[in-house]
Design a protein around this ligand. Sequence first.
Ligand code: ME8
Length: 555
Amino acid sequence: MIQSFNSSHYTPPMPKFYITTPIYYPNAEPHLGHVYTTICADVLARYHRLAGDDTFFLTGTDEHGIKMVKTAAERNITPQQLADQNVAVFESLWKELNITNDDFIRTSSPRHKQSVQKIVEKLVASGDIYLGSYQGWYDEGQEEFVTETEAKDRQYLAFNRKPLVRYSEPTYFFKLKKYIPQVQAYIESHPDFIQPLARRNEVLSKLKQGVEDLSISRATLKWGIELPHDPGHVLYVWIDALSNYITALGYPALSDEATKRRSDEGKESPSLPSSLRRSVAPSLFDQFWPADVHLIGKEIMWFHTVYWPAMLFALGIDQPKQVYAHGWWTADGRKMSKTEGNFIDLAKLRGVIATHSLDALRYYLLRAAPFGNDLDWSDSEFNSAYTELGNVIGNCLNRVLNMANKYLDGIVPPDPGPATGDDLAHSLFIEKYTNFPQSLAARYNAIALQDIILVPLELARATNGYIDSRAPFKLAKDPAKAGELQAVMWRSIQSIYRVLVALLPILPEKAAAGLTQLGVDLTAKSLPDLFSQPLPAGHKLGANQPLFPKIEPAA
Ligand code: ME8
């Protein structure tokens, strides 16, 4: 039996949503990997905003460290100049890609530096930071010391396959070991904390091999945040970087003077669209912490699920609700990275956006593999994904509007109520349609970013199948079947309407354009509003235009 739209089917998600991306190294230009994480986070942020959640979406840049110093030296500029140049590229890229970040945090900004120094002061005061000296194997690419056992296992090669380097120097340590039992207990008692589950098992088994205290400063480096009690040392580098997730929210509360400076800095930030710009005030921390999701690539899982929780325990701050590690884009099976020089670069991405649209790129990135798995860029799969959009979604909208305009003067007929007659044979389609809001919310809540595409795609396919089978074009020829025609059209119209609403976070421009063709005014509408009511009887639909025009292959 068909059920009418009913808001009780829709489970409202959490009332606030704080999502972060990693802060990226601006030692080179952004590439597909950075674009991927940021677009995935953008999809989630858009969904939660649409769902009515108070949403905060943070991204930014991680500007300190030896890589920046080395690259700047090669180019004969200062690390700050290098950072400024590349940060400008990141910021303008996010604008170009319509990324809806609410803030952009730079680790070289005064607001971040001041907050990090306060954090270090707290950790020194609590006895969690102490001076020692360190000699060990160092992975310069990953910016971390590696234990002797690990160095041996890796045949003294860094993650990027260059040799590990031997370092020895006085350094401050963070008492990581002291917090390991707490971190482990936390991970074990919070099954959703690390996702996907395979990553959780990796972290837990690595924890069992033992963990050493964390070297957190360098006396030989100038480019970094000075330790407030010993300015001869700069922080190096994860404490600085990980803190961004709370310093951007104004943690710890600063003096009035500093708060004003911080808020002026927020207003001036050119990276933010004015509608999204917020003056950054300390209360953001109370409002948004703990983060709902730290979205990251799998290679920085350990830092986010061991170092970061340990720091938060030391500071007495709540843990983030979830750390989700997605897979890597690979090229011929190897991780794409700046060091390897094998990445899909901005020129390539701009090319596909110019020919196929930004939304087509967003669609492909999510469609390419189940979320969490590695992904391999393939031009032919990109083209198939685009064709699928046209054949399934575009075609469904096109047919529905064509027929509605032809047979019903573009007016939505009345709700036919429960299925009768030949519609009784279409219970699967009707069920899919009825359960749609719940299915979609479940996939979003699980951050199943391929499924959030498949759910609407399947409903559009089922609608196409329903139309093929019920053949409104035949019903229209028989005046005795006018009632049936109206019922079939009602179900088809409402179904494509749901599909397009669901696609708004993924295909913001195309879905909005499709909804405009359905005569829907999106202003001031949230997802619960959109889902809770069908298009009413008498609603005027618009004219159809192809959403995904066929692209001629390059000659
Ligand atoms: O690690 N496939 O910065 P980073 C998918 N500053 N995602 C990729 C990718 C690939 N081939 N390559 C990069 C850092 N990414 C630190 C983070 S956070 C407190 C500090 C994405 O510029 C993915 O999100 O190397 C990965 O985690 C991030 O870029 C690493 O960016």
